[in-house]
Design a protein around this ligand. Structure first.
Ligand SMILES: [Zn+2]
Length: 450
């Protein structure tokens, strides 16, 4: 063997070794279409990008890859025709209580909270913000127990009370309201803690609000206020004009418990008007006892619409007048706010309020959280905290929810093929667009999940 052919032989065998050790998936990837999933012919409502039109949405590797008038289905592994449906960014519920599972009775750091995944994807929600169930003392337990184990994206607002929302004796303890310690924990988890919450305070002092603002200022995050018991020593006008900062959030805006409404005009009180002028955000937070038609209808008629639509989901509200995020949205719609604005109030607006503007939009390159909604027409009734009703003729139903590019909820199986249909070879790649098991191919394992 000559030197030349000897060297050539080594080079050739190296090439053979190299070729045979390339993972087969790498080869397969080269032949895959450009997109994993394509939602075609849907009516896209994307407030941030000013889109209100029939568009196709293509998803690849967990991100929005393209939004255009026509994307051929041959460019995608999987195409779902969503004609007649609305395609929106994944919804953000700005006010929930999900610190469940500690076993503590009569506590939002326990039995009064609900596990998030059972209440979110089925109504198009992909992100929730826990509004103050935990404080700086127990946030890490909440994170370990719920946040890190949920499929829903869970953010938290830390309660200004160190012990969190554990009931009366804790929540009235002004000695445990430490803005500096609270800010310290918020700064330790900047990707998860998005705000500071003060709530349920009965006393005459400003301590909870003032300490919450200290924490929010140090950690550079907003404060959300549930203004507790109405007290003449701390009027809502001063809260709006002096105590809160622009960008802070007032929740329970239609409760009527703390002079939100002008008694003469029935529109918003002077305090709320001044607050909005200063840049304070107003959030619905229906909950069990924080939403009255006698406020919502005239205030909305007067133009005082929400910045964000949220549920205040917990065990007492979940089966009462408040049902879920879409039910609260239906109510605001029934009171006269158009659908396009309703969607903004559940997507781009709450994303801005918590300063996570990478969410709540369908910009190319953004995280592929998507809700596919149907606007059903009919006769529907919507109730408030005093069990009075407003009738409406439309209602949102969630058909499909996508989180991080994968289908996590599909009400009517629009992503599934008929069981009698010929097996689609692309289904082998179904893990790219779905969390559901594809139909087994011949020769596939028979393992099933129970
Ligand atoms: Zn709440």
């Amino acid at each position: 063997m000559s030197l030349y052919s000897w060297k050539h032989g080594i080079a050739l065998s190296c090439l053979v070794i190299f070729l045979t050790t390339i993972p087969s998936r790498l080869w397969a990837q080269n032949t895959l279409p450009a997109y994993d999933l394509l939602l075609s012919n849907g009516h896209v409502l994307d407030d941030k990008n000013h889109i209100d039109a029939i568009m196709d949405v293509a998803i690849k590797d967990g991100h929005v890859a393209k939004v255009a008038a026509h994307i051929p289905s041959t460019d995608a592994l999987k195409t779902i025709d969503v004609k007649g449906l609305y395609v929106t960014p994944g919804l953000i519920d700005l006010h929930v209580h999900v610190y469940a599972g500690t076993g503590e009775r009569n506590s939002y750091a326990g039995d009064n909270s609900v596990p998030p995944d059972g209440f979110t994807f089925r109504v198009g929600v992909t992100t929730v913000v826990d509004a103050g169930c935990s404080g700086w003392r127990n946030f890490e337990d909440f994170k370990d127990r719920i946040i890190d184990r949920s499929k829903t994206r869970v953010f938290a607002m830390l309660n200004i009370v160190g012990a969190g929302m554990r009931g009366g004796k804790y929540e009235q303890n002004t000695a445990d309201m430490d803005g500096v310690a609270t800010a310290g924990m918020a700064l330790k988890y900047p990707n998860t803690i998005v705000g500071i919450k003060t709530a349920h305070f009965e006393g005459p002092e400003w301590i909870p609000v003032e300490q919450a603002v200290i924490a929010g200022t140090r950690a550079n995050i907003p404060v959300m206020v549930d203004f507790g018991t109405d007290r003449p020593t701390r009027p809502i006008y001063d809260l709006m004009t002096q105590k809160l900062r622009p960008g802070d959030i007032y929740t329970h805006m239609y409760s009527g418990l703390r002079h939100e409404q002008d008694p003469v005009t029935l529109g918003p009180s002077k305090a709320l008007v001044e607050g909005r002028k200063r840049g304070i955000y107003f959030d619905v937070g229906q909950g069990g006892g924080s939403f009255k038609w006698s406020l919502a209808v005239p205030m909305i008629k007067d133009g005082f619409i929400p910045d964000s639509i949220s549920t205040d989901l917990h065990i007492t509200s979940m089966n009462a007048a408040m049902k879920d995020e879409l039910n609260v949205a239906d109510k605001i719609m029934a009171a006269g706010v158009p659908l396009k604005e309703i969607v903004a109030e559940m997507t781009s607006h709450p994303a801005r309020e918590i300063r996570h503007e990478e969410l709540g939009n369908l910009s190319e390159g953004s995280i592929a959280d998507v809700a596919v909604l149907r606007l059903e027409k009919g006769k529907f009734g919507f109730t408030d905290m005093v069990n009075s009703r407003l009738d409406g003729n439309q209602k949102l139903i969630c058909e499909l929810t996508i989180k991080d590019g994968k289908i996590v909820y599909d009400l009517n199986g629009i992503s599934a093929n008929l069981w009698t249909a010929k097996l689609d070879p692309n289904e082998k790649e179904a893990y790219r667009w779905s969390t559901f098991a594809p139909r087994p191919h011949a020769g596939a394992g028979t393992d099933t999940e129970h």
